[in-house]
Ligand binder design. Structure first.
Ligand code: HEC
Ligand code: HEC
Ligand code: HEC
Ligand code: HEC
Length: 196
């Protein structure tokens, strides 16, 4: 019986794992902007991560792409989007046609989709913390914070050096040596001391 229940639990968590979706950084902004709680969104917005997509529109980027013999411009090349957007190729950012970006005034669904996609540009929260569809619910976030449930069961990942090394490595055409402790400090957005 115990075995049977365990099997069901494992199966459901496998199904769940496939259901975690990328929401876009604007979804995290709503609850992570208060100064009393550390204003993580504001601190993130001040980092270079928040502008990493724009780099793909520069002349420097175009030169890198040409030198690599890419036929697409960098903002449309999988070889670049992989490290300059959230979840490219795995349910996150996608290259879209012009119509997608300017939906009709009364097209609410289209507007939502465009806003989500806009907020999947750059190195957003979900790149490091995981796709947010399940953990972003207030009750779930509070339960994770309180240690009542495990974040990972809801898609909230543990951030480690490995998380950074997916992008900060020699496959980056402009690779700079990466010292984890120093770099971590530069993007820090901790809770205020009284919250811990
Ligand atoms: C509905 C509000 C809400 C939304 C939306 C939300 N959060 Fe949270 N989050 C919270 C609350 C509440 C906590 C508990 C700490 C606190 O009070 O700030 C928390 C805690 C966290 C923690 C720390 C968890 C821990 O281990 O203690 C992380 C990381 C986090 N959120 C990331 C995100 C990211 C990334 C997003 C966007 C995908 C997001 N949150 C969206 C409300 C929210
Ligand atoms: C999805 C890819 C990706 C991941 C994952 C990632 N980064 Fe980055 N990071 C970038 C890109 C792209 C830039 C360049 C932004 C720029 O120069 O405008 C960058 C820039 C930075 C910078 C600024 C460097 C400078 O020249 O000022 C720091 C610091 C940094 N990252 C730290 C980290 C840390 C720490 C982690 C892991 C916790 C991490 N990054 C994870 C892609 C990533
Ligand atoms: C493996 C991940 C990765 C890939 C793939 C990648 N980048 Fe980057 N890119 C980064 C990171 C990380 C940085 C920050 C500098 C560093 O430490 O490498 C960066 C920085 C840049 C910069 C700023 C240059 C600078 O001196 O800081 C430009 C421009 C850029 N990338 C363009 C591109 C283009 C164009 C492509 C596609 C041909 C591309 N990147 C592919 C990760 C990547
Ligand atoms: C480049 C990776 C990266 C990005 C992007 C990122 N975070 Fe984090 N975040 C971290 C790391 C590393 C920690 C340190 C705690 C840990 O190990 O999880 C952290 C901690 C947190 C915490 C808990 C603070 C604490 O003191 O424990 C919250 C809340 C949080 N992040 C929210 C966000 C939100 C909201 C965004 C987007 C606006 C975001 N993060 C973007 C890497 C990232």
């Amino acid at each position: 019986m115990v075995k049977y229940i365990t099997a069901i639990l494992i199966l459901t968590s496998v199904v769940w794992a496939q259901q975690f979706e990328y929401m876009g950084t604007h979804k995290c902004k709503a609850c992570h902007s208060s100064a009393k709680k550390g204003a993580q969104y504001k601190l993130w917005k001040e980092t270079k991560h928040a502008k990493a997509y724009d780099l793909l529109l520069t002349d420097e980027a175009k030169q890198i792409a040409e030198a690599k013999g890419l036929t697409n411009t960098p903002d449309k090349a999988p070889e670049c989007l992989e490290c300059h957007t959230v979840g490219y190729g795995v349910g996150g950012y996608e290259v879209k046609e012009a119509e997608f970006w300017s939906p009709a005034e009364d097209d609410r669904k289209g507007k939502k989709a465009a806003k989500r996609m806009e907020n999947l540009k750059n190195i957003g929260c979900e790149i490091c913390h995981g796709p947010g569809s399940e953990y972003k619910k207030k009750k779930t976030m509070e339960a994770i914070f309180a240690g009542e449930v495990k974040g990972v069961d809801f898609g909230l990942l543990e951030v480690t050096e490995e998380t950074c090394l997916k992008c900060h490595n020699k496959r980056s055409p402009s690779f700079k040596p990466f010292d984890y402790e120093t770099r971590l400090e530069e993007i820090a957005h901790p809770y205020p001391p009284d919250m811990k």
